[in-house]
Design a protein around this ligand. Structure first.
Ligand code: MTE
Ligand code: LUZ
Ligand code: MOS
Length: 754
């Protein structure tokens, strides 16, 4: 089945926040944001700005009727600065004007003076100064201190990861409408409608039921709108509440780049020990997360770094320590993988360094240590239904890994200035919010008297196809045509208390709730048929292709007839469903538990050709075997693999997020921040479906697919460094991302001897 949005997308008819018809009286908002990274405001003069014709209001923290606070995990982030500045781009004042242009003119007319304080941008410096957010977390398994004695090989090193800009096509934005009795209705580009509702209620000092949040779809979120859509929706709502007019706030690209947080950069130290058989015996890692100026989701991201720090490998003795470090950058936030990629990268770096020192192919170490059923993760969960080795072996066989390696070696022997590199990248990603209480969802189904169906869930469509999957669940349960089903907007008055659509769990959680609701209606309808046809057993009734069957025989009741008759018989045709993931639990005091419903596995093989004169490279191919379970939509799921892969490749290759020592974003436009385009994606991407049929907690056994493929992209880094080593065995600095052309060129000629 096609993505149900494909028709309106390709015709340009899909509606985003900025496409909503403008209501009369609407005011346009713009944010005056901090021009320095750390300091105290000594003067804020709004007179000149207020005098501009068309400027209606300028709102500061003093105008906030409720609490000036938008922090989620910790209350450490004001909606508007109360005098202290902690990062460049921090919102200070909100201008409301009759046009966006006038609002931006007014921003320039605001006069501010501030005393400057020292700026920290480096997480290690922050840690030294005690600038930590939340507790230091440590996951432990085995006895790492004793285990070093059993190791034949021990290597130590440092690996750094850069941040990453989300670059959703639709920027942050919201449109807020005042409603009678001090209520607010907001259309927001958010992954978390309830987060937005709660944030607005808090800042306006209102009960949550006074706030309605509505989401049609997002032009991409990638985690960037899990928490960080909230501040902008809050500001729009604040404007609407105070002005009693509709208020529209849409960030321009450069504002969005400057004001919002990104993937967390990390710097990490590692030590790994292996025995003669290349088994990993011990692993120690210390992660320093660059959290930016406020907690946002950083503590949760930090936790997931620890969960995934050993990637798809069994490590019997490990000590993994992570600190969230407060710096003067915009608060960093969720980004596809949610700290997992940063954890996995360090493990891959450690294996690479070990392979180099021992003098073996790194793939030998990787394969020798893949997880197997019965192994234990550092957090206490036991490995079940493991597909690590299966995806590896199928990838190696189907794509002829040995043949590829031989061709690369032969190519490198024949060429001096062109070198090829190869890397295998296995992944293992846990599905569930690691914060157990978030793992539940609701759905609401109305069957209308003409047999058509309206569906609401807590899932937010952001391009990942979750609405199509929701529709498939309804179509399958009722055995009716897709045309009969409409997926409504995600709205807090229809489905309350939603978790954000995140952690790749949107389809599982909301799909299961939806299945429960649909099954209840179906049972009611079947019971009605049983009574009408005077049947002994309910089990003899089934629905196929819009018809009711009894004992396999078609009746003269169509779906539509059934619904109409049931309605006349006063049968309830609406239902809600609630689903809470069973089994999951995690105890933060012991750092042990069973946090994930299940894990997703896969293996990617990446081949690259590096031009060793210029430092540029091309990806010849990426071959993937991915564990989909029983994919419920192969086209959508394949798209998720391709998109995730390329996004991950961008992170480790060309996307260079750059802040200077004053905390100013240097890569502040798309002329200086490069993302993969049609010329830089791999020339060939093969995706093979490993189909498994375990009973698991995935919706219709179709495993979550959103985030895991991003981590295949890490293979691009190690394919490039493999090629560099073929040209210059002395090359250094290969354990940090991103491998931009400049950095490749420098590595190629680093201590170059020939
Ligand atoms: N795919 C598209 N096209 N756009 C997105 O914004 N977000 C990713 C992933 N795939 C995203 C995407 C992220 S970060 C997550 S958590 C999942 O989709 C969320 O959706 P799901 O839970 O329905 O998989
Ligand atoms: N968000 C969150 C996430 O709040 N908790 C998680 O565990 C998570 N994992 C991935 C992405 N977003
Ligand atoms: Mo995705 S980072 O869980 O929004």
């Amino acid at each position: 089945m096609k993505n149900i949005d494909s028709y309106t997308h390709t015709r340009g008819e899909s509606i985003y926040v900025d496409d909503l018809p403008i209501l009369g009286g609407t005011l346009f908002a713009a944010i005056f944001d901090a021009p320095l990274a750390h300091g105290k405001i000594t003067k804020l003069d709004l007179t000149k700005a207020k005098a501009i014709a068309g400027v209606k209001h300028i709102i500061t923290h003093k105008d906030i009727p409720g609490e000036n606070q938008i922090g989620g995990i910790f209350p450490d982030e004001p909606a508007l600065s109360d005098g202290d500045i902690h990062f460049r781009g921090q919102p200070i004042a909100l201008v409301l004007a009759t046009s966006k242009k006038i609002a931006h003119e007014a921003i320039k007319a605001i006069v501010m003076e501030a005393s400057e304080l020292p700026v920290i941008v480096d997480p290690r410096e922050a840690a030294e100064k005690g600038e930590l957010i939340g507790p230091v977390r440590t996951f432990k398994i085995g006895e790492v201190d004793k285990a070093w004695e059993q190791c034949a090989h021990i290597v130590e090193g440092r690996a750094d990861c850069n941040g990453q800009e989300h670059l959703y096509i639709e920027g942050q934005g919201a449109y807020a409408f005042p409603v009678e009795n001090d209520c607010i209705r907001v259309v927001s580009s958010t992954q978390g409608p309830t987060q937005v509702q709660r944030g607005i209620a808090r800042v306006l000092g209102l009960a949550m039921h006074k706030i309605e949040v509505d989401v049609r779809r997002l032009g991409g979120g990638f985690g960037g709108k899990e928490d960080q859509a909230t501040p902008f929706a809050v500001l729009a709502a604040l404007g609407a509440f105070l002005s009693k007019k509709p208020v529209k706030l849409i960030l321009d690209r450069e504002e969005d780049l400057r004001m919002t947080g990104k993937r967390h950069p990390y710097t990490s130290d590692f030590k790994i020990g292996l025995d003669e058989q290349l088994k990993i015996i011990a692993y120690e890692a210390d992660f320093y997360q660059n959290a930016g100026a406020a907690a946002d989701l950083s503590p949760a991201v930090l936790e997931r770094t620890l969960f995934h720090a050993t990637n798809a490998y069994f490590v019997p003795n490990a000590r993994l320590t992570a600190r969230s470090c407060r710096t003067n950058l915009p608060p960093n936030t969720a980004f596809r993988g949610f700290g997992g990629p940063q954890g996995k990268f360090v493990m891959e770096a450690a294996i690479t360094l070990a392979a180099e020192q021992i003098g073996v192919d790194r793939a030998l170490i990787q394969k020798a240590n893949l997880l197997q059923d019965g192994d234990e993760f550092s957090y206490g969960q036991i490995v079940e239904n493991c597909e690590a080795l299966k995806t590896w072996e199928q990838a190696a066989a189907d794509f002829d890994l040995q043949g590829m390696r031989d061709r690369v070696t032969a190519f490198n022997a024949q060429h001096t200035t062109l070198k090829k590199g190869l890397a295998v990248m296995p992944i293992c990603f846990g599905i569930s919010f690691t914060n157990t209480p978030m793992n539940h969802a609701r759905a609401l189904v109305h069957v209308y008297q003409d047999g058509s169906v309206g569906v609401s869930t807590g899932a937010v469509e952001m391009g990942q196809g979750v609405n199509t999957k929701m529709l498939q669940i309804v179509a399958q349960t009722f055995a009716i045509a897709p045309e009969r089903i409409k997926i409504e907007t995600t709205n807090t008055t229809r489905v309350a208390n939603t978790s954000p659509t995140a952690a790749s769990a949107g389809a599982d959680l909301n799909g299961k709730a939806l299945q429960i609701a649909c099954s209840a209606i179906l049972l009611r309808l079947k019971t009605f048929v049983q009574q009408q046809f005077k049947l002994e057993q309910l089990e003899t009734i089934s629905l196929h292709d819009e018809w009711v069957y009894i004992d396999g025989q078609k009746t003269d009741w169509s779906w539509q007839q059934l619904v109409t008759n049931a309605f006349v018989a006063r049968i309830q045709l609406s239902e809600k469903g609630h689903y809470a993931t069973p089994r999951v639990k995690f105890d933060k005091t012991t750092e042990k538990g069973h946090p994930f419903a299940y894990h997703v596995y896969g293996t990617a093989i990446t081949e690259v050709t590096v031009d060793c004169i210029r430092g540029i490279y091309e990806f010849d191919r990426v071959d993937i075997v991915h564990d989909f379970g029983q994919s419920m939509n192969k086209m959508i799921d394949k798209g998720q693999i391709e998109g995730g892969l390329v996004q991950g490749m961008g992170w480790v290759t060309m996307e260079e997020l750059s802040y200077n020592q004053e905390g100013r974003l240097l890569s502040s436009a798309l002329s200086t921040y490069k993302v993969p385009d049609v010329f830089s994606v791999p020339k060939v991407i093969n995706v093979k479906f490993l189909e498994t049929n375990h009973s698991n907690l995935a919706i219709l056994k179709s495993k979550a697919v959103g985030e895991p493929p991003l981590m295949y992209g890490i293979g691009a880094h190690f394919a490039i460094t493999d090629a560099i080593k073929a040209f210059n065995p002395n090359a250094k600095g290969l354990l940090s991302t991103p491998m931009t052309h400049e950095r490749v060129l420098m590595a190629l000629y680093d201590s170059f001897e020939q």
